[in-house]
Design a protein around this ligand. Structure first.
Ligand SMILES: *Cc1c(COP(=O)(O)O)cnc(C)c1O
Length: 455
């Protein structure tokens, strides 16, 4: 291909098809059909054809403070002028990285006084694997190498992220995976537990963790890892009985909980961290996404004193990334956190925005194609079903979810499909009128799907 100037949607799509390998995309099937997003403001995106779309997914669960925040742009520009980059290796640091570390421990739950920086959520989880196993080595229990995770969990796309995650489709590609990572059932009541009450099912799903520990031997287990609410798996909100029981089990066997806060952190569930909302007593919390609201890539691992104190007393942890604590990314994170605090965004989510959003979202349950709606904070899902009473799924290709997603985009709303589960996670600053718009467009998409299927 020649390097002609790209001026039209068609030209972009052609160059895209010729050169761009997209993540999580059937690049062959995509062809010249990529949607080219070129501008954003608040909760809205615009594509190169001028279509306006309400971003029901905050990008990829990350743009918590919304698009178009000039103060983040300015903080980033100022930092780049002064010091675009320096590292934190070999006894160095930069002012924004230090300030960010301090700020994060101010908003984190008690006992979290240290942070290790990474470039993404996946790198954060790579760090978790090495840090946990190393911690047990230092404690004289080097045989504690096994991570217990859940089926259908998402912990990233690096080899450690994929191995920790429980996505069948990802495990099937590009293996072998990292040894000593095992998976137990997920607390997905609608899909796996409808013959029980949610409370009984939640208790059973937690019991699977204890059974796995017994099977392996507690002396072999390094940690239990879970998202407080599974995101990419389909906004799976555990029954209230789940986390307290998991917690009891992990405490009984002295197994640290890693709460993957990459989505749930920074206000998504109406608290700074999902662990606070669900009362999870974690020892390690990987973070990313909402840390910078996606304005620049950054991740990290919040480490509880119980673990950090052991690491600090024991010499060098030979681990780190060129971009650990990147000062420009740290400047973006600092300004993002300043906005979250100054505008009281998180308490507003808890007290006003999320209750209204959940009330409006629940109205979709009356739709004939919807088997269940659910949500917590600023995440929500609905289950597409062929038969409302039995929960019988559709069985055609392309699936109902993908079709619904396309109808939704046509109506001007970005919704995501996980099989036949439709999910949304809008920016935390969405207004009541925009929530009404989101729900109306979701209903429009459901009606269009019903029309297409039933005629
Ligand atoms: C997105 C995500 C990750 C991976 O983060 P990346 O920045 O994409 O590497 C890890 N854990 C959870 C829960 C996520 O949602």
């Amino acid at each position: 291909m020649n390097n002609t100037k790209l001026t039209s949607t068609a030209a972009y799509q052609q160059a895209d098809a010729a050169h761009y390998l997209h993540p999580f995309t059937d690049n062959g099937a995509l062809g010249n059909n990529a949607r080219i997003i070129c501008r954003a403001d608040g909760v809205y995106l615009w594509d190169t054809d001028g279509n306006q779309l309400l971003d029901g997914m905050s990008g990829l669960w990350c743009v918590n403070v919304g698009y178009g925040r000039a103060s983040i742009t300015q903080a980033v520009a100022k930092q780049m002028d002064k010091l675009p980059y320096y590292n934190s290796f070999f006894q160095c640091a930069t002012p924004p990285a230090i300030e960010l570390a301090q700020t994060l421990t101010e908003v984190a739950p008690p006992g979290f006084n240290r942070v290790f920086f990474a470039g993404s959520g996946s790198e954060a989880n790579d760090t978790v694997v090495r840090m946990c196993r190393y911690y047990w080595q230092l404690r004289g229990q080097p045989q504690r190498t096994v991570f217990i995770s859940r089926h259908n969990a998402y912990h990233g796309s690096t080899v450690a992220g994929v191995s920790l995650g429980g996505m069948k489709g990802m495990h099937a590609q590009g293996g072998p995976l990292i040894p000593d990572i095992v998976h137990v059932r997920q607390p997905y009541w609608y899909e796996e537990g409808r013959d029980m009450t949610p409370a009984v099912f939640g208790h059973q799903a937690a019991t699977a963790v204890a059974e796995k520990i017994e099977e392996i031997g507690a002396h072999r287990v390094a940690a239990f890892i879970g998202e407080p609410v599974q995101g990419a798996g389909g906004v799976i909100i555990p029954p209230d009985s789940y986390w307290p029981e998991v917690q009891k089990i992990c405490a009984h066997y002295d197994i640290p909980i890693v709460a993957d806060e990459v989505i749930c952190g920074f206000g998504r569930l109406g608290e700074w961290f999902g662990s606070q909302r669900l009362n999870i007593d974690a020892k390690i919390m990987p973070i990313a996404k909402g840390l910078t609201s996606g304005y620049l890539p950054m991740g990290g691992v919040l480490v509880h004193d119980d673990i950090a104190d052991v690491l600090i007393k024991s010499g060098e942890f030979a681990h780190g990334f060129t971009y650990s604590g990147h000062p420009t990314c740290a400047a973006a994170a600092l300004e993002n956190i300043r906005i979250l605090r100054e505008e009281n965004i998180i308490s507003r989510v808890r007290d006003e925005v999320a209750p209204y959003f959940q009330k409006r979202w629940a109205t979709l349950e009356s739709h004939p194609l919807v088997g269940e709606t659910r949500g917590i904070g600023m995440v929500a899902a609905l289950e597409l079903v062929a038969d409302k009473a039995s929960g019988q799924r559709f069985n055609f290709v392309p699936g109902a979810g993908v079709r619904c997603r396309e109808h939704s985009a046509a109506a001007g709303l970005i919704m995501r499909a996980v099989s036949d589960t439709m999910i949304v996670a809008p920016p935390l600053i969405i207004s009541p009128a925009q929530i009404d718009e989101l729900v109306a467009k979701a209903r429009q998409a459901l009606d269009a799907l019903a029309n297409e299927i039933i005629g």
